[in-house]
Design a protein around this ligand. Structure first.
Ligand code: SF4
Length: 333
């Protein structure tokens, strides 16, 4: 089980850091992938104007990446009210100091505003409960393996702690203790050499055109010591194109090294060739994306189908949770 907040289009960092694993896992495990729109509200509650559009865009990116809706369950968090119910029930057994000491919370609060006082005013009860909601996301589907980024590790520890506490309190062995699965791909650099990020304006998006991609590649930082084309380059000091060649041009890396280090090729031509390699690699993804983008009704049907499947599982889990907790299972659904 895993999810992403609908906060904008996905870039290559998301693809190589997360999505590529999801595509692999979907054939090995029963998989649930959630567009977690309630999570988007924890920090963006004042401006909700883009959430619906972003849900559609992220679904297109997932489908483009190869998540198969016939194999995996793709759904939208807010379509599954049982997650909210489990969030509430889990919040009753969550100690206050557990959420307060959550290390990522401070970073999220800092993201809300420029100074600490304003950030404190903007931070809400919902934001404080973020790790409880994430635990509910996982536990509703009894997720055992959670493919996430390294920055989410503490949240998974939190979910494990809650599962343990629930099982212990009510004397059951009901919720599994989930484990993270981190990607083996190193953090992808953006065109400026820093971590690729949506807001850093240094990303190459899955939805970009060939021309957009080429334009971004031509701006990539190379070997800063190489001034003229006749200067021999140093691939190990080439900040972005060389690491990108490892991913997109692994068949010609030795050729690139030789040509670079003997000054047979300039950085402009080298980057043009890299852009060609990247566009070749990304073309099937982009064609798939375009096909789905031309049929928005189909994407809506995919999400409705996924919500229906996810809800069946969620209803079953919640009926059992209510029984375990000694609550009434009302027949009003
Ligand atoms: Fe990097 Fe290519 Fe320039 Fe060498 S020639 S520094 S590998 S962009």
């Amino acid at each position: 089980m895993s999810g992403m907040r609908p906060t904008g289009r996905l870039h290559l960092g998301h693809y190589f850091g997360v999505l590529i694993n999801w595509v692999r896992f979907q054939t090995e495990y029963e998989s649930y992938f959630s567009i977690v729109d309630w999570h988007a509200l924890t920090t963006k509650y004042q401006d909700t104007s883009q959430i619906k559009a972003n849900i559609h865009e992220i679904a297109l990116d997932w489908l483009a990446a190869g998540i198969d809706p016939e194999v995996s369950t793709i759904y939208v968090q807010s379509g599954i009210p049982e997650i909210a119910e489990l969030h509430l029930l889990l919040s009753m057994i969550t100690q206050q100091n557990w959420v307060e000491r959550e290390p990522t919370l401070k970073d999220m609060v800092r993201m809300l505003a420029a100074d600490e006082e304003e950030a404190r005013e903007k931070a809400t009860y919902g934001l404080l409960g973020y790790p409880v909601l994430m635990s509910a996301d996982i536990l509703t589907f009894k997720g055992e393996l959670v493919p996430v980024g390294k920055d989410q590790e503490s949240h998974l520890e939190f979910a494990r702690g809650l599962a343990r506490k629930f099982n212990h309190l009510y004397g059951v062995d009901f919720f599994p203790e989930c484990r993270p699965e981190f990607t083996s791909t190193p953090l992808l650099k953006g065109i400026d050499g820093s971590k690729m990020g949506k807001s850093a304006n240094n990303a190459i998006n899955l939805a970009d055109t060939d021309a957009d991609t080429t334009k971004q590649v031509m701006k990539m930082i190379t070997d800063r010591t190489r001034i003229a084309k006749s200067d021999p380059g140093h691939v190990d000091q080439c900040e972005v194109p060389w690491p990108m060649y490892q991913i997109f041009g692994s068949d010609i890396t030795e050729q690139v090294r030789t040509e670079c280090e003997s000054a047979q090729i300039g950085c402009v031509d080298c980057k043009k060739r890299l852009a060609g390699k990247m566009n070749d690699y990304l073309r099937p993804l982009r064609e798939r994306r375009e096909k789905f983008a031309s049929d928005p009704k189909k994407v809506e049907q995919i999400l409705e189908y996924g919500n229906k499947k996810a809800r069946e599982t969620a209803k079953k889990t919640l009926a059992e949770v209510r029984d375990i907790m000694g609550l009434h299972n009302w027949k009003n659904d």
